[in-house]
Design a protein around this ligand. Structure first.
Ligand code: TXA
Ligand code: MG
Length: 364
């Protein structure tokens, strides 16, 4: 049923196509679905074989749990066991941020598949905003588990063709919902029984946004988090690997400095014209003519705009064999609105940094 050889097909989100996709999900097939963050590789949570196929298609380890997509806060509640304190916090967050790019991880009901939970006892749930995703969940009548629809470790897909590129040799129905409006994955938080939060993944909703919502709801604000990108090579939270979102072409983060810090080990130097540069707010604009290719994620310095195009740009650049190295901007991990993009770029570069001095790139 889950053919290892086949071809993906992209279909427009017509009412007939949605009906067909919902039927496929009910029957245990995988369907790629558009959401406002990134495209997801969907399976109905009642279909064990389909859930298994999600991991196999993605080549993803079974201990990396899946996010379940629901229509409403009530539907989410049926997947969890929440304490009174946790439920209060959840209702406040759902009222403020759902439907939208916030995934909430909490203690799972016993009936939730172990495959969805990655073998643990929690499940992450989110209610997406994209009308096609909502229509599909509704038509299917079953919550849909969907990780990002890319091969494990690769850049997440923000348009239907990206999904087809990663699963070019698989039988897969891909519902086209245009380019994703947000462009990076949801913020993931863990909610414990005291109603305290732990930020597991940065996204469009920042820690400040969460704190503001809790304060407005007159709830205690307890949020722990790590600096974006600052995660060891070991898995701390499942899915938080150092190498993630990585393009096929090796990438380095460019630090803005005029001198080589003392003691820095340089692996290689390259002329600028052998590199492609993605900039932010025109920081490296003075070298623009020297790079082999130069694009700005957002000349105005808008993190929203940069998030929307980042993955798309990485996927376009990696398709070209002309570039040996990609240079990506190092954003400010202390600015709430830049944390999520900093984190994606840090991982796309596996934490490697480069410095530009006198027309040369120093790769460290
Ligand atoms: O925006 C998104 O969240 C997209 C769209 C399709 O909804 N989905 C997505 O899923 O990014 P995925 O599987 O690529 O990333 C989900 C990450 C996991 O790798 C893991 O870090 C975290 O969310 N996660 C999910 N369930 C969890 C759980 N029960 N405990 C801890 N972390 C969990
Ligand atoms: Mg992913």
């Amino acid at each position: 049923m889950h053919d290892l050889s086949g071809k993906p097909s992209i279909v427009a989100a017509s009412p007939e196509a949605l009906k067909k996709a919902a039927r496929a999900l009910q029957q245990g097939q995988l369907v790629a679905i558009p959401t406002e963050t990134v495209y997801g590789l969907g399976a109905a949570i009642s279909q064990e074989e389909a859930l298994k196929a999600v991991f196999i298609y993605k080549q993803r380890p079974f201990e990396d749990p899946l996010i379940v997509h629901v229509l409403s806060a009530d539907q989410a509640m049926s997947l969890w066991q929440l304490s009174i304190e946790a439920e209060r916090v959840f209702q406040c967050l759902a009222m403020t941020f759902w439907p939208g790019p916030l995934t909430i991880v909490a203690k799972a009901q016993g009936a939730v598949s172990r495959l969805v939970c990655g073998g643990g006892d929690t499940v992450g749930v989110r209610s997406p905003q994209h009308p096609v995703a909502r229509a599909l969940i509704e038509a299917t009548g079953i919550p849909i588990a969907a990780p990002s629809a890319n091969l494990f470790g690769h850049v997440s897909p923000t348009r239907a063709q990206h999904v087809a590129d990663d699963f070019y040799d698989r039988e897969l129905l891909i519902v086209d919902g245009d380019d994703c409006a947000i462009g990076i994955e949801s913020t993931v938080i863990q909610l414990d029984e005291l109603g305290h939060l732990r930020l597991l993944r940065h996204g469009a909703i920042s820690e400040d946004d969460l704190a503001r919502a809790l304060r407005t709801g007159l709830l205690p604000v307890v949020i722990s988090s790590k600096e974006p990108g600052q995660i060891s090579r070991k898995i701390e939270a499942p899915g938080q690997y150092l190498r993630h979102y990585a393009p096929h072409t090796p990438a380095w983060m460019v630090r803005k400095t005029d001198s080589l810090p003392e003691g820095l080990v340089v692996r290689q130097t390259l002329p600028l014209n052998e590199t492609a540069c993605l900039d932010f707010a025109g920081r490296l604009g003075q070298h623009r003519a020297d790079f082999q290719d130069y694009q700005d994620l957002s000349a105005l310095g808008s993190s929203e705009q940069a998030a929307q195009v980042l993955f798309q740009q990485l996927r376009t650049l990696e398709l070209s064999t002309a570039f040996k190295v990609l240079l990506l901007p190092e954003l400010d991990p202390h600015q709430p609105d830049q944390q999520a993009i900093y984190d994606r770029i840090f991982r796309a570069c596996e934490g490697k940094r480069a410095i530009i001095i006198a027309g040369l790139v120093y790769l460290t």
